[in-house]
Write a protein that binds this ligand. Structure first.
Ligand SMILES: NC(=O)c1ccc[n+]([C@@H]2O[C@H](COP(=O)([O-])OP(=O)(O)OC[C@H]3O[C@@H](n4cnc5c(N)ncnc54)[C@H](OP(=O)(O)O)[C@@H]3O)[C@@H](O)[C@H]2O)c1
Length: 335
């Protein structure tokens, strides 16, 4: 049965932030499903910062070819199958991309386990690779958070950051979140349970941080980079701090001109370590991470508000929301 697919594709590259005219939208038809392939009706897409880096040449995440559908991870339901691995009705996770229907080889898809009342959207939320699992890997596998640690998180009110705050609290840490604006700061303390929230858009960040962590920071989970990374390095605990570099969203505008930390010598002075990570390198630990997060969800200890953009035609707008910080919690697109 033919399926009409509406897709968002890249028309042209641009230095800096893409503009609406860099994207095209078109309908096409999926007429045939080759052996080993399935058609997935896309339910929800995860709006992730890495997508932007695919829109310029030389991307670490592989540049999207002109005319190709913008890449995005998501969940959806199989509506036609020529694969022995998947049946019509199965829910799957994978690189479904910015479209309503995805024709994909079965090898790249994972069947969702929806036991224990889990919902498909949980797999682009608390249990999502680029959300909850990234938070878990950075905080636990990389930074080895311990009860009593003072944990600082940048981008704390976003998808990854919200999960870091709650996982760190659940592990018995004191949590300080950095976010833009008073509303997001209220969200950090009142909804997520952070001990302290600091509005990085106010000029007092360093002073506020010194007050909130007089003995210094044991763990810095960095989503933002740039100036905030230097401020955090300057406030590391006297010995043994761990800095997990998850991302540097403040630097994604021009990847050839990334501002590195000026105060990296604090690492030597304070016997600290700084380590970057790619979540997929820790895939062997996903089951452990998922078990811990699912357990916390069952106990009602995880809240991850969704900011949902409806309609595939608004996919590009959602990308702009991500970088303008116009959302709180997890940013999703429902085609
Ligand atoms: N290492 C990995 O494997 C991996 C996997 C997934 C994601 N990541 C990284 O995790 C980070 C968070 O991703 P996410 O999807 O959860 O995004 P998000 O935090 O939901 O959204 C991004 C937030 O970053 C803040 N921001 C944007 N531009 C900024 C700037 N110039 N300076 C300071 N803050 C800025 C905004 O919050 P405010 O309003 O508070 O400014 C915005 O809401 C990203 O850096 C991403 O690349 C890494």
């Amino acid at each position: 049965m033919p399926h009409t697919n509406r897709r968002v594709f890249i028309k042209q590259y641009r230095e800096g932030m893409p503009r609406p005219e860099d994207f095209g939208i078109e309908d096409c038809t999926i007429a045939e499903v080759p052996a080993g392939h399935v058609v997935v009706k896309v339910d929800t897409l995860s709006m992730d910062a890495w997508i932007r880096t695919t829109l310029t040449p030389g991307s670490f995440h592989a540049t999207a070819g002109l005319g190709s559908t913008i890449r995005a991870l998501g969940v959806g339901q199989v509506v036609e199958s020529a694969s022995g691995a998947f049946s019509v009705g199965d829910w799957v996770f994978g690189l479904l991309s910015a479209q309503t229907h995805a024709l994909l080889p079965d090898a790249g898809l994972t069947k969702l386990d929806l036991s224990n009342s889990l919902q498909p959207r949980d797999f682009v939320g608390p249990l999502g690779v680029t959300t909850g699992l990234t938070a878990w890997v950075g905080l636990i596998a990389v930074a080895d958070v311990q009860a009593g640690d003072v944990v600082l998180v940048s981008g704390a009110a976003g998808g990854v950051g919200s999960m870091v705050v709650q996982l760190a609290k659940a592990r018995g840490a004191k949590v300080i979140g950095l976010a833009g604006g008073p509303e997001k700061c209220r969200f950090l303390t009142e909804t997520l349970g952070a001990d302290v929230a600091i509005d990085y858009k106010n000029a007092q960040v360093a002073a506020d941080l010194a007050k909130a962590a007089p003995g210094g920071i044991d763990v810095f989970f960095d989503n933002v980079g740039g100036e905030l990374l230097d401020i955090a390095l300057d406030h590391l605990a006297p010995a043994g701090a761990r800095v997990a570099i998850c991302g540097a969203i403040s630097q994604y505008g021009d990847l050839n001109d990334v501002r590195g930390p000026k105060l990296y010598l604090r690492l030597a002075e304070r016997n600290a370590m700084m380590k970057g990570f790619v979540v997929s390198h820790y895939a062997a630990r996903y089951p452990e991470a998922m078990a811990e997060i699912a357990g916390l969800m069952r106990e009602g200890k995880i809240t991850l508000p969704e900011h949902v953009v409806e309609g595939i035609d608004h996919f590009a707008e959602a990308l702009f929301v991500l970088f303008a910080g116009g959302h709180t919690g997890n940013l999703l697109v429902r085609p």
